[in-house]
Design a protein around this ligand. Structure first.
Ligand SMILES: NC(=O)c1ccc[n+]([C@@H]2O[C@H](COP(=O)([O-])OP(=O)(O)OC[C@H]3O[C@@H](n4cnc5c(N)ncnc54)[C@H](OP(=O)(O)O)[C@@H]3O)[C@@H](O)[C@H]2O)c1
Length: 315
């Protein structure tokens, strides 16, 4: 009986310590380095390494794209709108090479040919970083959300993560130097979320996939990082202004910290966000482990999401 109680006590304690340790690591221990030194070109003398990013034409993805260009990566830009892709390509530094691939990750989400086509188009590039980022959200009472939107959210937020990664893995495995796969999940993955039920479960899907893949590839030259933002100022959250009160971070600040983490020598498998983000999610995770405190976390989500529902046009 005593042993059982000790094991139970250790389990409860570790469920508190692990989230706190993750937050402490990101807040205090991570020291950014040079990304292209950590994820370099195969051959030091060869051209720049390449990075591929989906959903690069807005929000976090667009910010990451500009940052990757600044770090000297050649870029494969994947998104649905050819006009936006061309505009983004023209904005980026002429010093790097760019390749644009138009793919609607909703209508073509389950079409294997889409991923084979992308893999074929990048097959002779030295791909060092792959970022699965494209995503959509539809908030509201589930009964009011259009079936077409439910379908879109299910497709864009799940299949491309699985199938693009699968299509590119053989090429990534052939590299002999450090390589990164970065998956944009969400802090929504930690809790079922009323008024955005399906989004939360699609992001739990992404996080589970990403964390499991990270374990499978442990010990190889491929590092998988799961990214779980809370609220980042983009069109996805109606461009709400950053403030510590609403927990919103600007996309610049968010991506700055993400790049510190990616380029750091300290291994962070799951990145939540800058200081405030990390602390908030750490508290949430701890609260979730205390059943009696569960309700306040829901109340917080309800309050936030209801704000969106009221501000969004009705279907
Ligand atoms: N912002 C947040 O607070 C937050 C929080 C947690 C997690 N996340 C996650 O972070 C990722 C990026 O979010 P974000 O806020 O930057 O979103 P965003 O500003 O709405 O941008 C989403 C990007 O995905 C692209 N996209 C959407 N549907 C697509 C489709 N069918 N095919 C191809 N591309 C498509 C968009 O293209 P267009 O330019 O054509 O629209 C855009 O480039 C998502 O996976 C999201 O779930 C965001």
């Amino acid at each position: 009986m005593e042993t059982l109680l000790i094991v139970l006590g250790l389990y409860v304690l570790s469920s508190k310590i692990i989230p706190i340790w993750e937050a402490v690591k990101v807040i205090f221990l991570v020291r950014g380095g040079v990304l292209s030194k950590k994820y370099p070109a195969q051959n030091e003398k060869s051209a720049r390494p390449w990075a591929l990013i989906t959903g690069c034409t807005a929000g976090i993805g667009e910010q990451i794209t500009h940052r990757l260009a600044k770090e000297g990566y050649n870029l494969v830009l994947v998104s649905r709108s050819i006009q936006k892709l061309e505009q983004l390509r023209d904005e980026l530094s002429p010093d790097i090479e760019k390749k644009i691939i138009q793919a609607d990750l909703c209508s073509q989400a389950t079409d294997l040919h889409t991923y084979q086509r992308i893999a074929y188009e990048v097959s002779n590039l030295d791909l060092a970083i792959v970022i699965n980022n494209a995503g959509v959200i539809y908030n509201g009472y589930y009964k009011d959300i259009l079936s077409a939107h439910i379908r879109e959210q299910a497709l864009v937020n799940t299949y491309p993560y699985l199938l693009l990664t699968r299509a590119l893995l053989p090429q990534l495995l052939k590299r002999k130097v450090q390589t990164a796969i970065v998956n944009l999940a969400s802090s929504a993955s930690f809790i079922p979320g009323p008024y955005s039920a399906q989004y939360h479960c699609s992001k739990a899907f992404d996080r589970f996939f990403s964390e499991a893949l990270a374990s499978e590839l442990d010990g190889s030259h491929i590092q998988v990082t799961t990214v779980c933002p809370m609220y980042v100022q983009t069109k996805m959250i109606s461009n709400m202004k950053p403030s510590w009160r609403n927990g919103v971070t600007s996309s610049e600040e968010y991506v700055e910290k993400l790049f510190q983490v990616l380029s750091s020598g300290t291994r962070v498998k799951l990145f939540v966000g800058p200081t405030f983000h990390s602390m908030e999610t750490c508290v949430n995770k701890i609260l979730m482990n205390m059943v009696s405190w569960y309700r306040p976390t829901y109340v917080m989500i309800e309050k936030f999401r209801k704000g969106f529902i009221d501000s969004e046009p009705k279907n």
